[in-house]
Design a protein around this ligand. Structure first.
Ligand SMILES: NC(=O)c1ccc[n+]([C@@H]2O[C@H](COP(=O)([O-])OP(=O)(O)OC[C@H]3O[C@@H](n4cnc5c(N)ncnc54)[C@H](O)[C@@H]3O)[C@@H](O)[C@H]2O)c1
Length: 440
């Protein structure tokens, strides 16, 4: 089906990238982009930089790079601004994160030293294992949101950016459930003024972004922008949003393997996942209430992919466990083990073991880059509210309340690419392929 082409405003001028949280992920993204700009590294893992998109028939041999097909901001046009509860500049924070080695950081040291974080909106009530001195003071949460908006406007003017995007790269907050205060914009704004305890710090950032017309993405599993009040605001202001929780290591593998089991109709008795991780994120997740937020995000995927309600025989009984252990010696170099107990023809049991020795922030950084560029594209294309086509990047993809989230990585990729085709008025690719074999 041919689509009418959407009008996409050009990606002219600088794009400001606002990152609440200047820890391992943010510093790896910023240092990485500065290294790449100098030809000292490659943006591996980034769909926007390396991915191609097929257009038309397979016989057309037309598969341009995604970045040549849709107008995206250039890496040279990105300017970064961060908030953190620690005063360290981006170079010091990158050293502390220990992801990129100091000798390699030296080449971009001046660029990183120039990025000093603004004081954060932070309350230890929501991230218990962190204490930081670099925190805003305000009369109430509404006042704190105003201060964030002032930071945003100051940054906009100082760097003369044409557009902005905000992506939450702060710590995982404790589990919060949707309450009355989250249900309408009016109750949320009243709650801000009344310092309602169910309004977390990350929600205040999301509110400030949307009020400033800035697209907002959430890299952590916290509710943040995924509440009716802020979705109402996003729609009212015509601002795109997406989340939650970057899909990087173990869950990435899970959303690759589980669809394969289901596709072949192999049964599942159990899936046991465990990890060791020694970075600050691992430390924060040591608090059981922060872990609960992460656990919920990680546990959901199998149920949606396997759909036990449709296939009780194969998926009605399985046990799924996820564990994360803070183990300092590993730093950012996470190790994950998965034991999958499956069964096949005549119920014969089998096992699959996955041992993924990955690097947390190295896997997350290209996702941040892609999300920044795609959220900006979404806004220039006039898209607003939940961007379900960006589910590809998340463990708990946001979707409309009457839908279930799509977790299968390959369906997510198809959805993403078809959205790009839609934006450019290109035919959707259904993979039917019958046209190559049937005579007209
Ligand atoms: N592969 C991955 O690395 C990965 C995957 C999925 C999700 N995540 C999520 O991304 C987030 C960032 O991960 P990380 O490894 O960079 O963690 P990190 O602990 O290294 O960095 C988080 C930073 O956020 C800061 N912070 C916390 N609360 C803040 C607030 N209210 N305002 C401003 N700053 C605040 C902390 O001081 C810290 O510097 C975490 O929530 C993590 O769960 C990471």
């Amino acid at each position: 089906m041919e689509q009418a082409q959407v009008t996409i405003a050009p990606a002219r001028g600088k794009l400001g990238v606002l990152l609440p949280g200047m820890g391992a992920v943010s510093t790896t993204v910023i240092a990485g982009i500065e290294l790449i700009k100098k030809g000292l590294g490659r943006p591996i893992g980034s769909l926007t930089q390396y991915g191609t998109i097929r257009l038309g028939k397979r016989t057309d041999n037309n598969s341009p790079l995604i970045k040549d097909f849709v107008p995206l901001a250039r890496l040279e046009d990105l300017v970064f601004g961060c908030w953190d509860i620690f005063e360290d500049n981006c170079y010091e924070a990158a050293l502390h994160a220990g992801v990129i080695e100091p000798s390699r950081l030296e080449a971009v040291r001046p660029e990183l030293e120039a990025i000093t974080p603004w004081t954060a909106v932070f309350d230890q009530q929501y991230v218990r294992r962190l204490h930081g001195p670099h925190v805003k003071k305000g009369q109430n949460k509404h006042d704190l949101a105003q201060q964030l908006m002032e930071d945003i406007e100051m940054f906009r003017g100082q760097h003369e950016v044409a557009r902005l995007v905000m992506l939450w790269c702060g710590s995982t907050e404790i589990l919060t459930e949707i309450e009355e205060v989250h249900k309408t914009l009016q109750s949320f704004e009243e709650g801000l003024k009344a310092n309602h305890p169910a309004i977390t710090s990350s929600m205040i950032y999301a509110y400030a972004a949307l009020m400033s017309g800035v697209p907002f993405g959430n890299g952590a599993p916290n509710l943040t922008v995924d509440i009716p009040a802020l979705l109402e605001l996003a729609t009212d202001r015509g601002v795109p949003v997406c989340g939650k929780d970057f899909k990087t290591g173990q869950t990435l593998m899970k959303t690759i393997i589980a669809p394969a089991l289901k596709a072949r109709q192999l049964g599942l008795n159990g899936w046991f996942s465990t990890n060791i991780l020694g970075n600050r994120d691992g430390d924060v997740l040591h608090d059981p209430d922060s872990f609960k937020t992460k656990e919920r995000s990680k546990l959901g995927v199998l149920e949606y992919i396997l759909q036990p309600e449709l296939n009780e025989d194969l998926y009605g009984q399985y046990e799924h466990q996820v564990h994360i252990h803070y183990y300092k010696p590993r730093g950012d170099n996470k190790e994950g083990w998965d034991n999958i107990d499956l069964f096949g023809w005549l119920d014969y049991p089998m096992q699959m073991k996955i041992n993924f020795l990955c690097r947390d922030s190295i896997l997350a950084a290209p996702l941040v880059l892609d999300l920044v560029l795609f959220l900006d594209l979404a806004q220039r294309s006039g898209l607003s509210g939940i961007q379900e086509w960006l589910s590809f990047y998340f463990k708990s993809p946001m979707c409309a309340p009457f839908l279930y989230p799509e977790h299968d990585l390959f369906i997510q990729l198809t959805k993403l690419k078809n959205t790009l085709r839609y934006l450019r008025g290109e035919e959707q690719i259904t993979h039917l392929g019958i046209e190559y074999y049937q005579q007209p």
